[in-house]
Design a protein around this ligand. Structure first.
Ligand SMILES: Cc1cc2nc3c(=O)[nH]c(=O)nc-3n(C[C@H](O)[C@H](O)[C@H](O)COP(=O)(O)OP(=O)(O)OC[C@H]3O[C@@H](n4cnc5c(N)ncnc54)[C@H](O)[C@@H]3O)c2cc1C
Length: 427
């Protein structure tokens, strides 16, 4: 039987998949393994989670949702999906600062790739991490907290520093929020008013099919005193919408300004339905937020190539952070996301062309999505790239957690870098 990622475009090459029921069992597995890799919910679109050795899912660990009210923090078992504990936090009067578009992904998997939601003042989900508990390559259970040496390198760890068994996350007071959708934002108005539009809510997402001179939908999540019918030339929707044309709106979180708890509005998709379109590939590129209109224009210029292989595009913002391998490291960012049709052969050349266009903005790809750039291109776009490579070698001297993906980008000290700098990662 083949075992694939969520999208079905990656067939895992792992020999076995383990689902240990205790941290001690994880430790025993790691200690005895030659090659081992942690698997979350498999929502990444490339081979980042794969291994030729053993895969370990931490989804079977005993459920932990331990709220420390005095510290405004919660420690959760790493394999929990966000949707499985957000309500408990809300009932205790707390919230996470932000969520991704879907509640279906595991905390450890999301954090390891720098997964994010939107909001000019909201960092990626990894920025909420205050501490990690992990099984290191020698089979020891270790803890590391924010502020300790290496912490900023280990959070967006690409699965290379250990098997994370628990994550401590910062909390904020629970809040209510409402979302409105605006349709048909003229591109020229976006270009003129980008900062105002992107900063108009707690979280703002722009959805475009890159087909016309209008941005199809703007999702505004936040408190709205007097939502205008016409806003920057876009019209307020009067019925609930799905961002992907043809998909049912009931798969999405409630809109039309109905106020509700943070965890039922910040994601776009509801836990009980398939998120997005289900048959797709995804790519995403982060550029400095001040370049958003220039980058938009560069992509708009090639929309005749993008549109035929696209289901929907999304533009979001992510506050800069200090996490070494975070795509938002050191810079407030705008993220250009693409939900593609599920045809790697048709999509890959378009992805490569987008990367060419965005190269002058120092674009960084989402680690869990389809991209083609290799280490020679990406190395110079991260200040702490070399430090991360050293971190991997230091925590995993025998290369137990390594896979082809990590070997390609962060070859072990003394190993020559691969010759080809560009090849599709997403197939
Ligand atoms: C429909 C859909 C919507 C999406 N929306 C968004 C979005 O809004 N924003 C965004 O930024 N991304 C989004 N993504 C991408 C997704 O968030 C990332 O790919 C994320 O990494 C998936 O988490 P996962 O649990 O499935 O991780 P996996 O894909 O299973 O693994 C990803 C990486 O995490 C590592 N990992 C997993 N568990 C552990 C662990 N316990 N210890 C150590 N390492 C571990 C793996 O080794 C691997 O390197 C979306 C994906 C899909 C399919």
């Amino acid at each position: 039987m083949t075992f694939t990622n969520w999208a079905g475009n990656v067939v895992f090459g792992a020999r076995r998949v383990h689902r240990p029921g205790s941290v001690a069992e994880v430790a025993r597995l790691v200690a005895g393994a030659e090659r081992v890799r942690a698997l979350g919910t498999g929502h990444s679109f490339n081979r980042i989670a794969d291994t030729a050795g053993d895969l370990v899912s931490v989804a079977g660990l005993p459920r932990r949702v331990e709220i420390d009210a005095a510290r405004s923090a919660v420690t959760v078992s790493a394999g929990l999906r966000y949707g499985e504990f957000v309500r408990t936090l809300d009932e205790a009067g707390f919230a996470l600062p932000n969520l991704g578009s879907l509640p279906h992904i595991s905390v450890a998997g999301a954090v390891a790739t720098g997964t994010h939601g939107s909001g000019v003042r909201n960092g990626s989900l990894a920025t909420a991490v205050a501490g990690l508990e992990l099984v290191t390559a020698d089979g020891q259970v270790a803890g590391i907290r924010r502020g300790e040496p290496d912490f900023a390198g280990m959070v967006v760890g690409l699965g290379g520093v250990g098997v994370v068994t628990a994550v401590t996350l910062d909390l904020v007071p629970a809040f209510e929020i409402a979302q409105y959708v605006y349709e048909d934002l003229p591109v020229e108005r976006f270009t003129e008013d980008a900062a105002e539009i992107l900063g108009a809510g707690y979280s703002v997402s722009l959805f475009t099919r890159w087909r016309t001179d209008r941005i199809d939908q703007v999702w505004l999540k936040g408190p709205h005193e007097t939502p205008e019918l016409l806003w920057h030339g876009a019209s307020r929707a009067t019925v609930a919408m799905h961002p992907v044309p043809g998909m049912p709106a009931r798969h999405c979180t409630e809109q039309l300004g109905v106020s509700g708890p943070w965890y039922r509005r910040l994601p776009h998709f509801r836990l009980e339905f398939t998120p997005s379109s289900g048959r797709e590939l995804q790519s995403e590129f982060f550029v400095p937020v001040e370049c958003v209109t220039e980058a938009f224009a560069a992509l708009d210029d090639m929309r005749d190539r993008i549109a035929p292989v696209l289901r929907i595009g999304e533009i979001r913002t992510v506050a800069g952070d200090e996490l070494w391998l975070s795509p938002a490291a050191g810079r407030d960012s705008a993220a250009f996301h693409f939900t593609w049709i599920d045809d790697p052969a048709a999509v890959t050349p378009v992805v490569a062309a987008i990367e060419e266009r965005l190269a002058r903005f120092g674009a960084r790809p989402h680690w869990g999505k389809v991209f083609t750039a290799g280490p020679d291109r990406l190395r110079g776009r991260y200040d702490r790239w070399a430090d991360f490579a050293r971190l991997l070698d230091g925590y995993d001297p025998a290369g137990k957690f390594r896979n082809d993906f990590l070997d390609r980008f962060f070859p072990r000290a003394g190993t020559p870098a691969p010759k080809l700098d560009t090849r599709p990662v997403g197939e």
